[in-house]
Design a protein around this ligand. Structure first.
Ligand code: PLP
Ligand code: THR
Length: 349
């Protein structure tokens, strides 16, 4: 029973097979290979964005950090939710790659920015002229760090606020596929048609070994991104192995099928937990993660049986005083099975 993170899941067999198939002979390095070109063609088709520039990197953090570095000057700030991954879990990488920029935290329920709160935060920034940090960009996570999902209308509303101030919009889409299948939107509707300028398109959490695509819907600054990626040490020499993963991931809608399965497992788990006496959902389950408060005795049974997951926030402990229910984050992946879910639920009951 593995619910600690979708990062703990293995590689989907189709992706592993693609890596093996790509491991033949010598091919041009550093992205000059045919597979890499094919990825760009395929992502342009999927996103209905024939001019988009596409760059592969190996981690979601660097996809986010380089995107922020390109859209935000060192004297500017990134507006994001206070629980955004770029704020809480990237060790200052965005600020580092920006060259000293800051993040301005915006509130909203269930890790989703509230448009009015965003507007207030942007309006408040930079009023003191030369003495103040300047307005830089907006970053939205979809699916969010709370397992919730922004609808197309919600993304559009946030992007409209950004546009009112002339700010570009980035989407942390480490779990973009999960958000897409949850909403039924098209890739284009969820991104550039809603006002998103740059997308970190995730593959790693959803079955790939390690690949993310940064998609610049306006290719004007593509060369700058190429230089930033190289200078950050993230231009893979054997780039074909990033491309092979991404191409297999996109083939025949595999990316959507893997996300749909993970979301379905989370829905099964969430419904089971919500029916437990003394248990309750902390956030709505809209993608592949369940955030729920569970009685401590149930946690003890599950953990004694070897279930792997984190209490949430991470720094809680079952050893502390009191007997009130404790919250946990339970993440499902492409590899989660119904049997795993049902075994876990039987332990909680
Ligand atoms: C929402 C979100 N964005 C970005 C990342 C960063 O990805 P990585 O751990 O590959 O750097 C993660 C990690 O799981 C994440 O949950
Ligand atoms: C760091 C941790 O949050 C990781 N990004 C995960 O979702 O598991």
């Amino acid at each position: 029973m593995h619910f600690a993170s979708d990062n703990t899941a293995g590689v989907a067999p189709q992706i592993m097979a693609a890596l093996e198939a790509a491991n033949a002979g010598n091919v041009p390095s550093y992205g000059a290979d045919a597979l890499t070109e094919a990825v760009t063609v395929r992502l342009r088709e999927i996103f209905e964005a024939p001019q988009a520039a596409v760059y592969l990197v190996a981690t979601g953090t660097v996809a986010n950090a380089l995107s922020c570095a390109m859209l935000c000057a060192p004297w500017e700030t990134v507006f994001c939710h206070r629980n955004a991954h770029i704020e809480e879990d990237e060790c200052g990488a965005p600020e580092f790659f920006i060259g000293g920029g800051k993040l301005t935290l915006v509130d909203g329920p269930h890790a989703k920015m509230d448009p009015d709160a965003l507007r207030r935060a942007i309006a408040h920034t930079g009023r003191g002229g030369i003495h103040n940090l300047q307005r830089g960009m907006v970053s939205i996570t979809n699916a969010t760090e709370a397992g919730t999902v922004y609808s197309v209308a919600e993304v559009t509303a946030l992007a409209a606020v950004a546009r009112d101030f002339g700010l570009p919009v980035h989407m942390d889409g480490a779990r973009f596929a999960n958000a897409l299948v949850a909403t039924g939107a098209s890739p284009a509707e969820m991104t550039w048609k809603a006002g998103v300028d740059v997308l970190s398109f995730g593959g790693t959490k959803n079955g790939c070994m390690g690949v993310e695509a940064v998609i610049l819907f306006d290719p004007t600054r593509a060369r700058e991104f190429e230089l930033r990626r190289k200078r950050a040490g993230h231009l893979f020499s054997k780039h074909r192995f990033l491309a092979a993963q991404m191409l297999a991931y996109l083939a025949g809608g595999l990316w959507l099928d893997l996300a749909d399965h993970a979301n379905a497992m989370a829905a099964r788990l969430s419904e089971g937990i919500a029916a437990l006496p003394g248990a309750s959902l902390v956030h709505p389950t809209e993608a592949n993660a369940v955030f729920a408060a569970v009685p401590r005795a149930a946690h003890r049974r599950a953990q004694a049986a070897g279930a792997a997951y984190y209490l949430w926030p991470f720094d809680q402990s079952l050893d502390g005083p009191g007997e009130e229910p404790l919250a946990a984050r339970l993440v499902c992946s492409w590899a989660t099975t119904e049997e795993e879910i049902d075994e876990f639920l039987s332990l909680l009951r």
